[in-house]
Ligand binder design. Structure first.
Ligand SMILES: [Cu+2]
Length: 179
């Protein structure tokens, strides 16, 4: 594949990823059923999440409706892994985008092609994987997400690197309305 074709394909990928994130913000707060990006100052607690090949520690998480949680995510495996908060449908859609990232060499086993991810498309788009509900980490990397949960059920944290979700790399987020 030549360079211009690659850029065109990646532009499509970037646009679709952005559209998904923008949709969550369309009607102000609390419209997305998975929640929204939160403020660290409002976090009630910190949950450390370790990523291995191909599973998480802890395996599931329980939160209260409206709770803001600071997640410290660390990749202790040998492959690139993602921590993404969303509904099963959001994960399924993101898996298609991640498949394109693999096909274009952005994700290569244990490494990310940062040059390609940071490439400026000239129209405000890039190939950055920068949705607020997700981090994508190389082995040894550590990053944080602050997330405010809604009251909706059926939310999972998941790794959408191709094959990982299918291998069981996801966990339930239980919204504990009783607590
Ligand atoms: Cu993974």
């Amino acid at each position: 594949m030549n360079a211009s074709k690659t850029l065109a394909a990646m532009a499509i990928l970037s646009v679709s990823a952005t559209a998904g994130a923008a949709g969550n913000h369309g009607n102000g707060h609390h419209t997305a059923n998975s929640g929204e990006a939160g403020k660290a100052s409002e976090a009630s607690r910190t949950i450390t999440v370790e990523m291995y090949d191909n599973y998480y520690e802890p395996e599931s998480i329980s939160v209260k409706p409206g709770e803001t949680v600071r997640f410290v995510v660390e990749n202790k495996g040998n492959l690139v892994h993602e921590f993404n908060i969303g509904t099963p449908g959001m994960h399924e859609a993101h898996q298609k985008e991640m498949q394109m990232m693999v096909e274009h060499g952005v994700i290569q086993g244990g490494t990310l092609n940062h040059d390609m991810m940071n490439m400026e498309m000239g129209n405000g788009h890039s190939m950055k994987h920068d949705d607020p509900n997700s981090v994508l980490l190389e082995p040894g990397q550590r990053e944080e997400i602050v997330w405010t949960f809604s009251g909706a059920n059926a939310i999972e944290f998941a790794c959408n690197v191709p094959g990982h979700y299918q291998a069981g790399m996801y966990g339930d987020i239980e919204i504990n309305k009783g607590g």
